[in-house]
Design a protein around this ligand. Sequence first.
Ligand SMILES: *[C@@H]1O[C@H](CO)[C@@H](O)[C@H](O)[C@H]1NC(C)=O
Ligand SMILES: *[C@@H]1O[C@H](CO)[C@@H](O)[C@H](O)[C@H]1NC(C)=O
Ligand SMILES: *[C@@H]1O[C@H](CO)[C@@H](O)[C@H](O)[C@H]1NC(C)=O
Length: 546
Amino acid sequence: MGTFLLLLSLLVPGLLSFLFLPRTLRFLGDLVGCHLRRSSRTHRELLLARVATEQKSYEAEKKTGKAKDDEDWEEIEGAMVGSSVNGGKADHDWNGIAGFFHPFCNAGGGGERVLWAAIRATQKRWPEAVCVVYTGDRDVDKTAILKRVKDRFNIHLHPPTVHFLYLTTRHYVLSTTWPRFTLLGQSLGSMRLAYDAFSLLVPDIFIDTMGYAFSLALSSWFFPAVPTAAYVHYPTISTDMLDSLNAGGQGINAGAGEGYRGLVKKQYWHLFASLYSMVGSTIDVVMTNSSWTQSHIKSLWGPYRNRRNKTTDHDIDIVFPPVAVEELEEAVAVSEASEKKRGPYLIYIAQFRPEKNHQLILEAFASLLSSNPKFPTYPKETPKLVLIGSVRDSDDATRVDNLRLLAHELKVEDNVEFVCDATWPQMLDWMRKASIGVNGMWNEHFGIGVVEYQAAGLISVVNDSGGPKLDIVVEIDGKPTGFHASTVEQYEEGFCKALSLSPDETLAMRHRARQSASRFTDRGFAEKWVQNMDRLVRLQISRAKR
Ligand SMILES: *[C@@H]1O[C@H](CO)[C@@H](O)[C@H](O)[C@H]1NC(C)=O
Ligand SMILES: *[C@@H]1O[C@H](CO)[C@@H](O)[C@H](O)[C@H]1NC(C)=O
Ligand SMILES: *[C@@H]1O[C@H](CO)[C@@H](O)[C@H](O)[C@H]1NC(C)=O
């Protein structure tokens, strides 16, 4: 701890005077890096020996047919390796150690799904590589973690080449440890944790998948030859946050930038933002989970990264996290035959919450009907709106009642159906029968539901904002996969356009929608991940030669 505090007191002014003292800092970094490499060398050799033994016994078990469980691992492996993106045989047998910094790896959330999917993709592309996860979950062993990954996410990892290193200092990144100056405290804490990680093992590639960018800066200070990567779900500080401090801002910190304390807070946040941006400029490969995050990270890190030539050959990449699209693709057909089963039905799958804006959708639908339109593709039927959602409490139930009343007032109650607490088979059924998928929410960060519409071949009509606009309902092959709308009139127009398409156009758009959804599959994620990982591997090889 003493050494670390010393380091810390060097580091903070160190980062600030980055531009003035590069040589001294470089010297210090090399010194510590050298020390860490030396002290963790034995550990590294032990780990590699363990990988070798486990690999041997895995193969022996496979011969005797015991390892049946992992059959599908082998199957997919064969398929994936052949289709790997850059396919270069030369680095196919890269056998370095990729370190994943994920102190909460057993949490079982969306962030963990990304971690495991990333490790699986790495294992398949580089079967010789070793993936280590630095985690603070000291109460679970490898078998338990891998089992949970299998049960929770249906991801089968190859056990011999994935290992866990346990960190003892995780409390440094908990927000409760830092009641004041939490952002800065947690960031410094993550460096402490990373120091802990490096003293266990210095990896050949270091990847942060939890948003601890400062740990990556520490890595590149100690080990300039080790390429670093960040997968960012959410920026630690965003330009929105900085703006919100100003008078007239929005959100929980609205107007908190006034007065003496406010001034301090403002200075602190701005200081932190520039530290964060400097840190961002040290990272070799940056991935974000969505356009929204990408644009925030770009505006913070971009200028610094440009200055340090980090963007010359590639930019901050979007790697969408995997959504369970494949299941829908299997369950819902998109073909000429299946078109006969579809009617002029619009479905809206969403919880009955105010921000989902059901009311606007009802109004738009009513005005579509009031013009008494004829759609040659569906000669016999009149359009129908189906609202599908879960009713969690009495507030939701009240909202459903109000919506029913509204449908009555608008005189469309015969054409509106409510399906409360639908089961998955019921939802699938509607996705097979419907033609259009609707989403009325403004500024949805992502919109998994809209991806599901696309996977089911529905034509989407969504609000012209957020993830549905930027990431999901985008053009494929230069042609639309749905329609964007903001007002009642535009929604009506969107419905009308979607229902007026000729049978051929309709089917073509369904296929494009499905193609669009494939960007969010496990396979789509793996391809993008491998592309970025490939950059890291090539960097690692070229730097090691120097
Ligand atoms: C990206 O991560 C954030 C934070 O976890 C989440 O709110 C958002 O939905 C994610 N985006 C995607 C595309 O999954
Ligand atoms: C960045 O690239 C430019 C042109 O290629 C070069 O002149 C400059 O020295 C580079 N800067 C750094 C920090 O490497
Ligand atoms: C769509 O978003 C706009 C803001 O861009 C909002 O004013 C409008 O109410 C939303 N419309 C619907 C139907 O949700």
